[in-house]
Design a protein around this ligand. Structure first.
Ligand code: ATP
Ligand code: MG
Length: 422
């Protein structure tokens, strides 16, 4: 029996990868314009990094982490998210000495032991961005403007930016207490999980998918009504800036995030097109995280976009398969050799071209050219080769002309590069 891949971990195949490359290229272009630099960190870290930052009572740390002991007996974890590793690298490499503001982005696979379903996998990719060093709400507005612009450039249909505030060390405990008191009054309607954890992590009940919890918390107190004056001013300013930057948003006072490190601003990009997996991107401010991890007391804010969910939404729109500029079809060994030389010369000039290498019939070669969506096909037979001629067929216009093989490389290269979209 052949060996299969691991459940919930996908191959991304030609035909799909073009969408991914498009998403990645656009992200690099947009993030670069907003002043971000890429950072690459390992995919494994010491387990403690995640349990300390994400929080012991979160879903991720309680049940979703891939944790092992390495041969030296150290407990290591495949990263379930990117912010904690990036902050670890930021602190360890003292990036705060380079500039008072750091704008970093990352891209790569994350791992969570979840139940695989559409839009939810055990290995999945995120593109994320972080800004460290500024607590002014202007920076919250900038990162949201960037996220929103990224989605606009991709022309993702049907997404909405939702924002909320989770308060700070001052006001969150007061809200937490009010919420626990409320949940106690509803205890008979809560699901088993929420009964178990409402004391340790009451906010999670607001995010619970069970109908009982949903109904029971309809009139729960919300965080926005409990913000201290500092957090309220921060949130109001953010709303004002978003408005002046023409970034569309909705306030969702019930939004909570599955990671403990968030403070003040939190947000999600949500869609109604992916069923239960409705968040395509999510993030927030984490003003205590860096000092909690042993770094300087610097504030930060960031987000992560789930690439599988984004690709699912875009794939439904259109295919982005790149077309072949030229397919060379030949008859006979001599013509085939000439074809190989011409092909390689064109490829060296950066032109996407291909040929048949195995002496198939002309008909079969033309079928393959069609399948590869070639814009042009050069046909060279044995007799023609002796005269130094070939037939150049333009597939879109269904026209054909005789061309001289002498100097063809140069004239084709010129014609193709003129028509190449930048
Ligand atoms: P969800 O509520 O869907 O579980 P989350 O709150 O756990 O999401 P974050 O940790 O904030 O998600 O991650 C940011 C983004 O990464 C999500 O909005 C989503 O697009 C993507 N993501 C998270 N978990 C998965 C997964 N298991 N498979 C695919 N994408 C995921
Ligand atoms: Mg999750």
């Amino acid at each position: 029996m052949s060996i299969t891949g691991i459940k919930g971990m996908n191959d991304i195949l030609p035909g799909e990868i073009e969408t991914w490359q498009f998403l990645e290229e656009q992200a690099r272009r947009v993030f670069n314009a907003f002043g971000f630099s890429e950072i690459r960190v390992p995919i494994v870290e010491k387990t403690e990094l995640f349990s300390r930052s994400i929080g012991e009572t979160t879903d991720i740390v309680e049940k979703e982490m891939y944790t092992f002991e390495d041969k030296g007996g150290t407990s290591i974890t495949l990263r379930p998210e990117g912010t904690a590793p990036v902050m670890r690298a930021f602190i360890q490499n003292k990036l705060y000495n380079k500039d008072s503001v750091s704008k970093l982005y990352y891209l790569g696979p994350m791992f969570r032991y979840e139940r695989p379903q559409k839009g939810r996998y055990r290995q999945f990719y995120q593109i994320g961005a972080e800004i460290i060093g500024v607590d002014d709400p202007k920076i919250d507005a900038q990162i949201l403007a960037m996220l929103s612009h990224y989605f606009e450039t991709l022309q993702v249909p049907d997404v909405e930016l939702q924002i909320n505030s989770l308060g700070c060390q001052e006001c969150r405990p007061i809200y937490r207490k009010a919420l626990i008191d409320f949940l106690e009054s509803q205890i008979d309607s809560l699901c088993e999980d929420c009964v178990r954890r409402y004391q340790t992590n009451p906010l999670r009940t607001l995010d619970c998918k069970s109908t009982g919890c949903k109904n029971a918390t309809l009139s729960a107190p919300d965080m926005l009504g409990h913000l201290c004056s500092g957090c309220k001013a921060h949130f109001d300013c953010l709303c004002e800036y978003l408005h002046s930057l023409s970034v569309p948003y909705q306030i969702n006072p019930r939004m909570v995030r599955g990671l403990d490190y968030y403070t003040k601003t939190t947000f999600e990009m949500v869609t109604s097109t992916l069923g239960a997996q409705n968040a395509v991107a999510a993030g927030g401010r984490y003003d205590k995280l860096i000092s909690d991890l042993g770094g300087p007391a610097l504030p930060g804010i960031g987000f992560a976009v789930g690439l599988e969910r984004l690709a699912l939404m875009l794939n439904e729109q259109c295919s982005r398969l790149p077309r072949l500029e030229l397919f060379i079809a030949t008859i006979g060994e001599k013509a085939s050799r000439m074809g190989l030389t011409l092909l390689t010369q064109l490829q060296r000039q950066g032109i996407r071209a291909d040929m048949d290498y195995s002496g198939k019939s002309l008909k079969a070669q033309l079928r393959r050219a069609d399948k590869l969506a070639a814009k042009r096909v050069l046909i060279v037979g044995e007799e023609e080769l002796q005269k130094g001629l070939g037939q150049l067929r333009y597939m879109d216009e269904s026209s054909q002309r005789e061309v001289s093989l002498n100097g063809l490389e140069k004239s084709l290269a010129e014609e193709i590069s003129l028509n190449l979209t930048p």
